[in-house]
Design a protein around this ligand. Structure first.
Ligand code: FAD
Length: 413
């Protein structure tokens, strides 16, 4: 049987970007990508679909189209890891052998953890931008609602794109505001967490929008049940009490957990996500095993922007591992969350490990702590082509990997 130089589990944002980056660096590598899906999604676009800005079609491509030409696509799901014998088992029981493994199957949206939610999604005014097929329904509900109550929910961390639950809310509110309907619509934001956003520098700008739109922000309020037919949502409060809120529209974001086959494997840590060194993204036990994207047990913001920076780091370190050398590149925890506070303006959160601000632009050009038109332009016009033609093709002009021991400006420390 073939032993691939590199096997990659998952052909999403992280897996494809890493494969492209590896092949850019070493064209003759044998790479297999294990990926069961026929479609690859640009999920960051779903916020824009939910607001009626993007056509859903621009957020999807066939998997065949994004697979690097030189990679071998195994069209199945991985189901188990045998890191001691350097192999991955597929759904049909086949074992695939590797010299180095990259784990990137994303996370699991746990819709079923909220009783009643899955049954009513797409009906009874219940929607979520976290699914391709439902994001257009968000826009439909916003267009149709003239008065009543709209609830937006956020589950406990970690979730992918921590800002996305409120992005949907701000864009909906802005739509109602422009059509002079907002006064008749009671908007509530129920978040399981204590603060509007995990990095304090961005909270003042967001708070200003909470006030402008008259949103009732309920921290420590966790969605625990939905009765779609009765249009009632249940929230557990900090003190354990459960309250009921009737709604006309509910934008729900599901709890997010590690995929089952990862959680039950030896490569997961206690959280269920893949254990990695936060800088090198290498597993602490198996030196030829790496992971990136939403599946890693690191404290960075789970975003495609993070995967964009992680992909070349993993590529460099995988090649070092294949050559019997120590990891040579480090990830600083960069993640980015463009908070769409109104149609036309964005608060561009960019930060690394420990909440350290890591802006891509000088403050005089773009201050991410304030809503700017330039950041909207980036999200609306620049980021989709950067994703499809830059990140997924291994073109790294915006995200070259940083060698270990180097400061971000490339100077030795
Ligand atoms: P994914 O891109 O989800 O890919 C995982 C892949 O693994 C999938 O193709 C899946 O089919 C495959 N897979 C699953 N199970 C298996 C298996 N058993 N075997 C093999 N393959 C498997 N990020 C930003 O940077 N900016 C944003 O503004 C932003 N907004 C977002 C808004 C929404 C509504 C959502 C949902 C996400 C948003 N994100 C944003 C987050 C971003 O989409 C993710 O962080 C990113 O896609 C993570 O990449 P990944 O490769 O880890 O996972």
């Amino acid at each position: 049987a073939t032993t691939y130089d590199v096997v990659i589990v998952g052909g999403g944002s992280g897996g494809i970007a890493c494969a492209a980056s590896l092949l850019k660096r070493r064209a003759d590598l044998s790479i297999a990508i294990i990926e069961p899906a026929d479609v690859h999604y640009y999920q960051p676009g779903w916020t824009m679909v939910g607001a009626g800005v993007f056509d859903p079609q621009i957020t999807r491509r066939t998997m065949a189209k994004v697979m690097p030409r030189k990679a071998h696509w195994i069209r199945q799901a991985a189901s188990a890891f045998q890191p001691d014998s350097n192999s991955v088992t597929l759904d049909d029981g086949t074992a695939i052998a590797y010299r180095a493994l990259v784990v990137a199957p994303g996370l699991k949206l746990d819709w079923k953890a909220i009783p009643g939610l899955a049954e009513t999604l797409g009906r009874n005014g219940v929607t979520s931008n976290y699914r391709y097929d439902l994001a257009p329904y968000t826009h439909e509900l916003v267009r149709k609602l003239a008065r009543g109550r709209a609830l937006f929910t956020q589950p406990p961390m970690p979730i992918k794109c921590a800002g996305a639950p409120q992005k949907a809310m701000y864009l909906s509110c802005h739509d109602w505001e422009k059509r002079r309907l907002l006064g008749g619509i009671g908007v509530e934001f129920h978040s399981a967490g204590p603060a509007l956003f995990g990095v304090a520098d961005y909270v003042p700008a967001l708070t200003a929008y909470i006030e402008r739109y008259g949103i009732d922000f309920q921290p420590g309020s966790k969605l625990v049940g939905v009765d779609g037919d009765a249009r009632i949502a249940r929230f557990e409060q900090g003190d354990g009490d459960v309250i009921e809120r009737p709604f006309d529209m509910l934008h729900a974001v599901p709890p997010q957990v590690a995929p089952d086959f990862v959680r039950s494997s030896p490569i997961a840590d206690d959280s269920g996500f893949v254990a990695v060194d936060p800088a090198t993204l290498r597993h602490p036990t198996w030196p030829n095993l790496f992971a990136l994207g939403d599946v890693i047990a690191a404290s960075n913001a789970k975003t495609a922007a993070a995967a964009r920076k992680q992909a070349p780091v993993v590529a460099v370190n995988v090649l070092a591992a294949l050559d019997g050398k120590a990891p040579a590149a480090a990830y600083d925890g960069y993640g980015s969350c463009p908070l769409t506070v109104e149609r036309g303006r964005i608060v561009l959160a960019e930060f690394g490990y420990g909440g350290k601000l890591l802006p891509s632009f000088p403050t005089w050009l773009l201050d991410g702590r304030k809503p700017t038109r330039l950041a909207w332009f980036l999200k609306d016009r620049m980021l989709p082509p950067i994703y499809w033609h830059g990140m997924l093709k291994g073109r790294e002009w915006l995200a070259g990997p940083r060698p270990i021991g180097m400061a971000p400006n490339g100077m030795a420390r």
